[in-house]
Design a protein around this ligand. Structure first.
Ligand code: ACM
Ligand code: ZN
Length: 478
C-alpha cells in the first residue's frame, strides 16, 4: 500500500518490496549533523524503520510522517525512502482567544492536530477590544476588568451571557512547554495601538480621553487606541512586554499594528504635542514611529517584532525593524517592503482567513492560491492561516472552520506552491482527516456549488453583506 501524506514530502521514492508495520517493528535513529534543521530521512525496508535527523524537530517530523504512513497504509506499506525538508521556515496558525475564549485543554487538542501536519508556529492572539486574555502580574486589572465582558453581540446575535476568561502565567508556561515538545514556537500577540479597548477599560489613562469604558461586545474597529503621546502609557506597554518576553522563549513577539483609527489622536493634546515636538508629519508616521520604538525595545531583548501590514503605511518601518504579516494590502506597501529585502508572512484575507464560511473560502480556493507570489518575486518567510473568533461560538465550530483548510497551510508551507494537483491533495485530506480527533467538516461541504456558496455567505453576514465581500465570493469560483 502507498501512504497518504500531508504535507507532501520533498522526495519520496518507492524501493520495491513491502513491509508489515507492526507496533514493535525495529526503529533505528541516527544523528545526521549534515542535515538542515527540521529536515529528516526515513526509510522503511524489510519491516524495519531507519530515521536520520540533526535536530529534535527533524526527529519529530520523521515520526509524524511515519504515523501518517501507519495510519493510511492498512498495516502493510510499500518499501520507501523519504528525504524531506520544508520550503518555508514559518508554517503557522492564529487562534484568537479574545472574542470567544477556549481554554488550555482545547488549545492542546488543536496543537496536537497541527503538529501532526508539521505546522510550527502558534500565533496566539491574546489581547483585543473584546478581551484581555493574558495574566500580567504587574497590572492585574488587565485580566480582572479587561478579561470580562457582560454580554456578546457579534453579528447582531445577542448571546445574553457574560463572557470571561484568561490564561494564567502558569497555564501559559504549560502551553509553551507543550508546544516545544511538538516543535512549535508560540508567538504571542499583544495588539497595539489599536484593538486596545479592553486594556483601556482596565486602565483608562492608557487612552487619549481618560474616559471609563468597557470591553467591547461587538465585532468591528473601535476608536479606543493607546495614547502614544503619553510616556507613561508607553512605559506601561513596555512593562507588559517585559513579562511577555519572560513567558515566551521564542524569537518572535507580535505587536499587532492593524486597524488603529486616528480620531482620538487627532483631538488629543499629548499626541498633538508629541507630533509637533518631533516634527511627525502625519498619523501614519505617528503609528510607525511608535511601532519602531516598541520593535527596537524588543530587539534589545533579543526578539524580533512582527506587525500587521498597516504599520508600514507611515514609511517609518524598515526591513531591519520588523517582520511584516500581510493580510490586506490594497496599496501593495508590503510588496515594496518585500522588494526592499523585508521578511514577510502571508495570511491573505480572501484565502487564509478561516473564520469565514467555506462558501466564501472553499478548500479549493485556498489551495489554488499561490502565497509565494503575493509580493511579486520575493517569497515569504512563512504562511499562516487565521482563525478569528467573533463568529465562532463553539469549539466544534472552531475545529470545523480550521480543518481541513489548515492543511493547505501545512502543504504550501512545507511542500511549496506547486506540490501537487488539487485532486491528489483532496484525496490525501480524505485519508488523513480521519486521524484528527476533532470535529472536522465533512468532504461534501469543503467546496460548495456556487448557489450554495451564496446562500452560506448571505446567511453568515445576515443581510449585511458588503458589495466587496459579495464580489469576492463571486470572483472566486476556482
Ligand atoms: C486583522 O485581520 N485585522 C489583522
Ligand atoms: Zn493621545
Amino acid at each position: 500500500m502507498k501512504p497518504s501524506l500531508i504535507p507532501l514530502p520533498k522526495e519520496l521514492r518507492y524501493t520495491g518490496g513491502r513491509s508489515a508495520l507492526r507496533d514493535d517493528c525495529p526503529v533505528t535513529v541516527t544523528d545526521a549533523p549534515e542535515l538542515p534543521e527540521e529536515s529528516y530521512t526515513l526509510q522503511i525496508k524489510n519491516g524495519a524503520v531507519q530515521i536520520s535527523a540533526s535536530s529534535e524537530a527533524g526527529l519529530f517530523y520523521a515520526n509524524a510522517t511515519f504515523m501518517q504512513i501507519k495510519a493510511t497504509c492498512g498495516g502493510v506499506c510499500d518499501d520507501l525512502v523519504v528525504r524531506d525538508e520544508p520550503a518555508l521556515r514559518y508554517r503557522g496558525f492564529l487562534i484568537d482567544s479574545c472574542r470567544h475564549f477556549y481554554g488550555a485543554e482545547e488549545l492542546k487538542r488543536l496543537l496536537d492536530a497541527a503538529a501532526q501536519f508539521k505546522l510550527n508556529r502558534f500565533h496566539w492572539h491574546l489581547t483585543d477590544d473584546q478581551g484581555w486574555r493574558i495574566e500580567i502580574k504587574r497590572y492585574p486589572m488587565l485580566t480582572e476588568v479587561g478579561g470580562y465582558r457582560s454580554n456578546s453581540r457579534f453579528g447582531g446575535v445577542d448571546e445574553q451571557t457574560p463572557h470571561a476568561g484568561f490564561f494564567t502565567q502558569a497555564q501559559i508556561r504549560e502551553i509553551v512547554d507543550y508546544c516545544a515538545e511538538r516543535s512549535i514556537e508560540v508567538i504571542p500577540e499583544i495588539d497595539m495601538p489599536g484593538h486596545f479597548t479592553a486594556a483601556i477599560a482596565a486602565y483608562p489613562f492608557l487612552g487619549c480621553t481618560g474616559e471609563r469604558i468597557e470591553p467591547t461586545q461587538k465585532e468591528g474597529i473601535f476608536p479606543n487606541v493607546l495614547c502614544v503621546g503619553n510616556d507613561e502609557a508607553i512605559s506601561f506597554v513596555k512593562n507588559v512586554l517585559d513579562e511577555v518576553c519572560d513567558l515566551f522563549p521564542g524569537k518572535h513577539i507580535h505587536i499587532g499594528g492593524d486597524e488603529a483609527p486616528r480620531a482620538h489622536w487627532k483631538s488629543c493634546e499629548k499626541c498633538t504635542e508629541k507630533m509637533k515636538r518631533l516634527g511627525i508629519a502625519d498619523y501614519d508616521a505617528l503609528q510607525g514611529g511608535f511601532m519602531k520604538e516598541i520593535a527596537s525595545f524588543l530587539r534589545e531583548k533579543g526578539k524580533t517584532a512582527i506587525t500587521w501590514n498597516e504599520s508600514l503605511k507611515g514609511g517609518v518601518l524598515s526591513p531591519a525593524d520588523v517582520t511584516v504579516q500581510r493580510w490586506m494590502d490594497r496599496k501593495n506597501i508590503c510588496r515594496a517592503f518585500a522588494q526592499a529585502g523585508g521578511e514577510w508572512i502571508e495570511s491573505d484575507f480572501y484565502h487564509y482567513y478561516f473564520d469565514y464560511p467555506y462558501g466564501m473560502t472553499p478548500l479549493k480556493k485556498t489551495f489554488a492560491y499561490d502565497p509565494f507570489k503575493a509580493c511579486g518575486d520575493r517569497p515569504p518567510v512563512g504562511v499562516e492561516g487565521a482563525l478569528w473568533t467573533e463568529f465562532v461560538r463553539s469549539f466544534d465550530d472552531l475545529c470545523e472552520k480550521l480543518f481541513p483548510r489548515l492543511l493547505v497551510i501545512a502543504e504550501k508551507g512545507w511542500s511549496g506552491s506547486d506540490s501537487r494537483r488539487y485532486p491528489d491533495f483532496y484525496a490525501a485530506v480524505c485519508a488523513l482527516l480521519r486521524t484528527v480527533p476533532l470535529k472536522t467538516l465533512p468532504p461534501g461541504r469543503w467546496d460548495p456549488r456556487v448557489s450554495a456558496r451564496l446562500k452560506e455567505v448571505k446567511k453568515f453576514f445576515r443581510g449585511s453583506l458588503s458589495s466587496e465581500t459579495l464580489r469576492q465570493a463571486l470572483d472566486s469560483r476556482k
